[in-house]
Design a protein around this ligand. Structure first.
Ligand code: FMN
Length: 352
């Protein structure tokens, strides 16, 4: 029987256990998107996870979602991340960068640029723009040239991530950001070859994955999906058919892993296991806060190969040790999830 605590090979990397730190936006980067010393400390504290997946990181300036989000599109950002990958590797950890293009989940007040998306459809709701909340703006519908440019920006970002020492990149195809905006029929109402049918709506995502595979190698490329997810005003109508199509298309590519965030109303983990022929990382999804027992069951039953922990990893830098030894767990404070500075970030205690 497999357990959370045993070694596993992912994308050619020998991981010390099957526990993954899930990607978590923490808004602690410098204003220009540079990672800083505080972030080095935060990731260094969590190197006992078999794999760390970083917070969503902007592949280009227009793709920056919120203030305090790091980027991977300038030399100083690459240099800043290098300190993080070096610290993680020095402790025997492995780290993938999550590339998160925000698409319409951004704002002129954050980037100085009009957000872009599959279509000019304004998401319901508002977002934090720096000093307060603002309603979402109507994004610019991406032209075919924009599509080419954004694909190129993903490729450059992926190459930059490798130059910064990352073991690979996870493309953020979940939670209502740009890639998901192409998939969902309520955010993608295009009438050209990137909209309409399932094949057309999946086309951009498949092209981005393929281009990144081509640029940095399949063993260094991964993708996260959240079938049936509604976060950021997503509404899918053909979840099963669409994700079957998408998974079948990426099966040929041999990527490092498929990271599946389970959402209410659709059992994505078993679904993905049936279709995907590679390594699967399971995640509980935000609505269903991870229970340790669930994580253990999913690994022991073979439903997935690894399990990613979000809020428990945030609050317990030494979670692998705590779970292995059955120690008590810290609880995260949601008030400091997205605040600035070390409080609620690097000050969670480790077990004695
Ligand atoms: C503070 C915070 C920030 C998050 N940011 C991201 C992100 O940048 N990218 C992403 O794919 N998911 C993000 N998530 C979702 C987590 O990766 C994870 O799917 C979710 O928290 C459910 O897992 P959990 O129950 O173990 O926390 C975030 C979650 C939290 C709590």
């Amino acid at each position: 029987m497999k357990t959370l605590f045993e070694k596993v090979n992912v994308g050619g990397n020998e991981l010390t256990n099957r526990m993954v730190m899930a990607p978590m936006t923490r808004n602690r980067a410098d204003e220009n998107g540079d990672p800083n010393g505080l972030m080095v400390e935060y990731y260094k504290q969590r190197t006992s996870f078999g794999l760390i997946i970083t917070e969503g990181t902007a592949p280009s300036h227009v793709g920056k979602a919120y203030p305090g989000i790091p980027g991977i599109y300038t030399d100083s950002q690459i240099a800043g991340w290098k300190k993080i990958t070096e610290a993680v590797h020095a402790s025997g950890g492995r780290i993938f960068m999550q590339l998160m293009h925000s698409g319409r989940i951004s704002h002129t007040k954050i980037t100085g640029l009009n957000p872009i998306s599959a279509s000019a459809v304004t998401p319901a709701g508002e977002l934090f723009t720096g000093s307060g909340m603002d309603p979402f703006e109507t994004p610019k519908e991406m032209s075919l040239q924009d599509i080419t440019d954004v694909k190129a920006s993903f490729v450059t970002a992926a190459k930059n991530a490798i130059a910064a020492g990352f073991d690979g990149v996870e493309l953020h195809g979940a939670n209502g950001y740009l890639l998901h905006q192409f998939l969902a029929p309520n955010s993608n109402i295009r009438t050209d070859e990137y909209g309409g049918s399932i094949g057309n709506r999946c086309k951009f995502v498949i092209e981005v994955v393929s281009a990144v595979v081509e640029a940095i190698g399949a063993d260094k490329t991964a993708i996260r999906i959240s079938p049936n997810g509604t976060f950021n005003d997503m509404a899918e109508t053909d979840t099963e058919e669409m994700y079957s199509y998408l998974i079948n298309a990426i099966n040929n590519l041999g990527i490092a892993f498929l990271h599946v965030s389970n959402q209410p109303g659709f059992d994505s983990i078993t679904f993905a296991r049936k279709l995907f022929n590679g390594c699967i990382i399971a995640n509980s999804g935000y609505a269903d806060k991870t229970k340790v027992e669930t994580a253990k069951r999913i690994i022991e039953s073979g439903e997935a190969d690894l399990f990613s922990f979000g809020r428990l990893a945030l609050a317990n830098p030494d979670l692998p040790k705590r779970l292995a030894q059955g120690l008590e767990l810290n609880t995260g404070d949601s008030k400091t999830f997205y605040s600035r500075g070390p409080i609620g970030y690097t000050d969670y205690p480790v077990a004695p």
